[in-house]
Design a protein around this ligand. Structure first.
Ligand code: FES
Length: 121
């Protein structure tokens, strides 16, 4: 399977992402919590450049031990990639749509060798 070199591992330090072209398709490559993921840069809603969106913690409901609602907070464990066009959210770790987990961004395979990062369909 053909691979595309997207850079060195060091270039992805500190949450850096890259948008690269793989066989004519724009692909967003992320290093998220030490693990690489890559998705087609095309939102499932209307084709927006989803990989250019912000990363934000999933909104969680806070329920106390008595079952009372104590408001909301942003998760520190689960992050969502938010499409910049209309705000559809996707789990950055899997590409699954937060509103409908049956749908997911098209994922690409990411491999590292000799401190270099490669992406393939
Ligand atoms: S195109 Fe992404 S939310 Fe509409």
């Amino acid at each position: 399977m053909p691979e595309t070199l997207v850079g060195t591992v060091a270039e992805f330090e500190g949450g850096t992402r890259k948008i690269v072209e793989v066989d004519g398709v724009d692909v967003g490559v992320f290093r998220h919590r030490g693990k690489f993921v890559a998705f087609e840069n095309r939102c499932l809603h209307q084709g927006g450049p989803v990989c250019e969106g912000i990363l934000i913690g999933q909104v969680e409901q806070i329920i106390d031990e008595d079952g009372r609602d104590r408001g909301q907070r942003f998760s520190e464990d689960r992050e969502h990639l938010v499409c910049p066009w209309h705000g559809w959210e996707y789990e950055i770790s899997t590409g699954r749509c937060a509103a409908d987990r049956r749908m997911a961004l098209r994922a690409y395979r990411v491999q590292t060798r000799d401190d270099r990062v490669y992406v393939s369909p």
